[in-house]
Design a binder for this molecule. Structure first.
Ligand SMILES: Nc1nc2c(c(=O)[nH]1)N[C@H]1C(S)=C(S)[C@@H](COP(=O)(O)O)O[C@H]1N2
Ligand SMILES: [Mo]
Length: 419
């Protein structure tokens, strides 16, 4: 018998073992859900880390925006520009799979809730440690799913910035998750094997000692969870497409004006009005692009830019919030031509600033490999027409495979150099 830290006394209410009556609970039900989460959560975590590598907002001081530096930034690498739909895929998976896992997570938590009330609270030191790790696991899971879902709904209510919270929270959650997997995965897989072999359920503290009459079979309950996930998938996967499919994504933020038809008919993240861009600032007379580098500072009007060699590229916009558009046909000046104008013939980083004065996305940094790509443009046209105000007129950045947030709109200044 394990030594108890507290005297054992018969519990009352939820602390009494026969308070929990559902005949669904048992190691098998929990194991099936656990194995689904094992795969699902790992994929969400990995795609989340990739998103951080792609966006790299620089979470100093624990982290650092420079690849190879910072404790949690140990794996950072220059995000590639190929294939151009890379971030559409990784972030679409991150957000859509995260949503799809919600019913599985809730069912899993429900299936083990009696254990929250076991007495004594700790049977041994190891048991005490295990329960503390569970606190981090459950707390971490709820925190990550809640912050993630609030962020994609553009309804961010937490103090502080989303990225540090979601990023550091992910490491706490995943650390506890790994410990939990190490402890429980062997048991879970054994349970699944016994299920396949048709062996009976092991006696387990999850099995209700005095089960109530079943209202649904275990298979039915798993079906319900799967159905919930499927419903979430069907109502959110459309966020990764334009056109009629997009309308099926009821859970996608529809914050901005709904994209109509026509050349500019794709999702708008923040409108010019929202960003505080006044029409008077973007006229041919008023607007100038300032390009700075070792060759000095050049100021270009839109007509000046149109006088440079123009190039086209078919590229999507893929937002950190998980929505993306199909390829749009962009036309503008190559970033590497602008770098050359500023005196950089070798690949170099660029710091991009917008006309926008407030808000998180008014500036961004691109790495040398992104600037060097011939498809990376300071776009002046989209789908054969001038950019609309909401899509970034007079000029915006578009870079293959980059998160949408780096595709700065209403660009005012480009500073080339090592960042
Ligand atoms: N200046 C500025 N540029 C910006 C933003 C912004 O709010 N301000 N939003 C960014 C984000 S998060 C995305 S996803 C894309 C969306 O571009 P779109 O609105 O043309 O689809 O623009 C990016 N460029
Ligand atoms: Mo975005």
């Amino acid at each position: 018998m394990a030594r108890s830290f507290l005297p054992t006394r018969p519990g009352r209410g939820p602390f009494a073992p026969d308070f929990w009556r559902s005949p669904l609970r048992g190691p098998r039900f929990t194991s099936v859900l656990g194995v689904v989460l094992l795969t699902g959560v790992t994929l969400v975590f990995v795609t989340g880390l990739l998103s951080y590598a792609a966006y790299n907002p620089g979470l100093a001081p624990v982290n650092d925006k420079t690849p190879g530096k910072g404790i949690l930034g140990f794996y950072l690498f220059p995000w590639p520009t190929d294939p151009p739909w890379l971030y559409r895929l990784t972030q679409g998976v991150h957000v859509t799979l995260g949503l799809v896992l919600v019913p599985v997570l809730l069912a899993k938590l429900w299936s083990v809730v009696p254990r929250l009330f076991t007495l004594p609270p700790a049977r041994s030191l190891t048991h005490a440690l295990e329960r503390i790790s569970l606190l981090l696991l459950v707390g971490g899971a709820l925190f990550e799913f809640t912050t993630g879902i609030l962020n994609i709904q553009l309804d961010y209510v937490f103090p502080g910035s989303f990225y540090p919270l979601h990023f550091y929270g992910a490491w706490v959650f995943f650390g506890a998750f790994l410990a939990h997997v190490a402890l429980k995965a062997p048991v879970a897989f054994r349970n699944l094997r016994r299920m396949r072999e048709g062996t009976g359920e092991r006696p387990d503290d999850l099995v209700a000692p005095r089960p109530g009459p079943p209202t649904v079979s275990r298979r039915g309950a798993l079906g319900l969870v799967g159905g919930g996930s499927l419903l979430l998938f069907a109502t959110s996967a459309g966020r990764s497409f334009d056109g009629p499919l997009r309308a099926t994504a009821v859970l996608t933020p529809h914050g901005g004006p709904e994209p109509g038809g026509g050349p500019a008919g794709f999702q708008i993240n923040k409108t010019a009005a929202y960003a505080g861009i006044r029409a008077a600032e973007t006229t041919e007379e008023a607007w100038r692009l300032t390009v700075t580098g070792p060759a000095g500072t050049v100021r270009l009007s839109r007509a000046g830019l149109l006088g440079m060699p123009l190039h086209s590229a078919a590229l999507p916009i893929a937002c950190v919030e998980g929505w993306s558009t199909s390829d749009q046909w962009w036309r503008g000046v190559r970033l590497r031509d602008l770098a050359a104008l500023a005196g950089h013939d070798d690949p170099v980083d660029v710091y991009v600033e917008s006309l926008q004065r407030h808000g998180a996305f008014r500036r961004g940094a691109l790495r040398a490999n992104q600037v060097a790509d011939p498809r990376s443009l300071l776009a002046l046209y989209v789908n054969g027409e001038e950019l609309t105000a909401d899509h970034g007129y007079p000029a915006r950045i578009i870079v293959p495979a980059a998160p949408g947030v780096l595709n700065t709109k209403w660009v005012a200044r480009l500073t080339f150099g090592d960042l």
